[in-house]
Design a protein around this ligand. Structure first.
Ligand SMILES: Cc1ncc(COP(=O)(O)O)c(C=O)c1O
Length: 443
């Protein structure tokens, strides 16, 4: 695929296939949309098909897909090995009210790779995985509250949505105020969530100690995408570990995204092992998936073999053999060598994007690690959500750059977050950097 200079985008025209599909969608879905994250005004391009690193929209434009369904498609689109395994399984059945050997194989692989996992279970999404990890912590400790960090995304469970989109008008002058993300969130939900600032150790020490008898869990993503894609500082994580140990609180790492940064997940490189881990995205090989696990002791709350479990957990499609087989093949293909290659490409990407901003004399910085990168159009030091939150003017420039890249054949998140897939190599990195450099000049 050759990325040319800014193309006239077919999907923007009133006669486009995207416009036609969107008009139909509006008749049956609110705002024509079934997933808030992927809405774009006035309407998004519609996907027709994908192949490796490329996604082709319904109006025929090809783009390099640097979003990969929000980081989940680590092997890009229509991977032939995953497809072959899934097609083979299709003829034997897609779901049973019986467990299959495939779920054991994927669980064995994950338990073997990820330090904190002794026992685990599957769900159909990361949201459910987080919900079940929180339930596990509550059942295990008998306590109601959780700690989460301001601006950090953990899916659609009410309790973990708290303070997801706080802003200067409502986050308060002192410690963060628990704010509702969805209208109608009961006050009782907000009251059960202690919101802290990411990477602020003193605040964590003080507030966790204050609530120590009520806290079931501390939930943290070690590199939260919506809070700037910066890493948790080692001393901060270490202190959280110590506080959880001292007060009998379950430390949960949400590795739904960060699992793609290392063979054993981010936790294998951070020097801190959580009690529980949530996973999703890459472990499903492109199919709907989630999983959670941790120490055998905490996970025993789900054990039905000794009578009624303390935390029952159902799910009609949990661990279905299609997802399990796709996930197993995807994870087997992710060898240590592949991680090293993605790390090298990721470093090249982050450097290239930073150089493009230098060259254009644009203030900015690039965060991320491994196969992940996020562009910020400001140079304030970023340690947490508040530092990374763009001003209205930065957000407007970000939108121009996003649209410029879209028009030049590069698909990222509107937040200018990109991630790599294994079919990619230097040409895709160069295309991204060139499109970004050109888009910085757009008015
Ligand atoms: C860190 C994190 N946790 C949880 C979720 C929720 O996962 P899902 O979209 O599969 O429900 C996401 C989704 O992007 C995520 O990024």
């Amino acid at each position: 695929m050759v990325v040319t200079d800014r193309q006239q985008e077919a999907f923007r025209s009133a006669e486009s296939e995207a416009a036609r599909l969107y008009a139909r969608a509006r008749q049956v879905m609110p705002g024509g949309n079934s997933r808030t994250t992927i809405y774009q005004s006035p309407y998004p391009p519609y996907a027709a098909r994908g192949r490796g690193a490329v996604v082709i929209d319904a109006d025929g434009q090809e783009r390099f897909d640097l979003l990969n369904n929000y980081t989940s498609l680590i092997h890009g689109h229509a991977d032939p090995d995953i497809n072959a395994a899934v097609i083979d399984q299709l003829q034997y059945g897609t779901a049973f009210a019986m467990p299959t050997e495939h779920e054991i194989a994927l669980a064995e692989l994950l338990v073997e790779r990820i330090p904190s996992l002794e026992r685990m279970r599957f769900t159909n999404s990361g949201s459910e995985a987080v919900m079940m990890a929180v339930k596990a912590a509550r059942a295990y400790t008998g306590r109601p509250k959780i700690v989460k960090f301001e601006g950090c995304y953990h899916g659609s469970y009410d309790f973990v949505e708290v303070s997801l989109a706080s802003n200067p008008s409502n986050w308060g002058d002192g410690d963060p105020i628990s704010t509702a993300y969805s209208h109608g969130t009961p006050q009782s939900v907000l009251d059960e969530v202690v919101v802290l600032r990411f990477n602020h150790t003193e605040m964590a020490e003080r507030r966790i100690s204050e609530h120590k008898h009520e806290l079931a869990a501390v939930l943290i993503d070690p590199m939260p995408l919506r809070a700037g894609l910066v890493q948790a500082e080692p001393d901060f994580l270490q202190r959280l570990r110590e506080l959880c140990d001292a007060h009998g609180i379950v430390l949960i790492f949400d590795e739904v995204i960060s699992l793609r940064t290392a063979y054993g997940g981010a936790q294998s490189t951070l020097g801190v092992t959580p009690d529980m881990t949530t996973m999703a995205k890459i472990i499903g090989g492109g199919f709907a998936v989630g999983a959670f696990g941790g120490s055998a002791e905490v996970m025993s709350v789900f054990d039905p073999s000794q009578g009624s479990p303390r935390a029952p957990h159902g799910g009609t499609f949990n661990a279905n053999p299609i997802t399990m087989i796709a996930g197993l093949v995807a994870m087997q293909k992710l060898t240590r060598e592949e991680f090293e290659r993605l790390d090298r490409l990721g470093a090249m990407l982050r450097e290239g994007l930073a150089e493009a901003m230098d060259g254009a004399r644009v203030q900015g910085q690039v965060t991320g690690m491994g196969s992940l990168a996020q562009i910020h159009l400001h140079d304030r030091p970023i340690r947490d959500y508040r530092d990374s939150l763009p001003t209205a003017e930065e957000a407007a420039r970000g939108k121009t750059v996003f649209n410029g890249m879209l028009a030049r054949g590069i698909f990222t998140a509107p937040t200018l977050t990109g991630c790599l897939s294994t079919p990619m190599d230097e040409p895709e990195i160069n295309a991204f950097v060139d499109a970004f450099a050109a888009s910085l000049r757009d008015e």
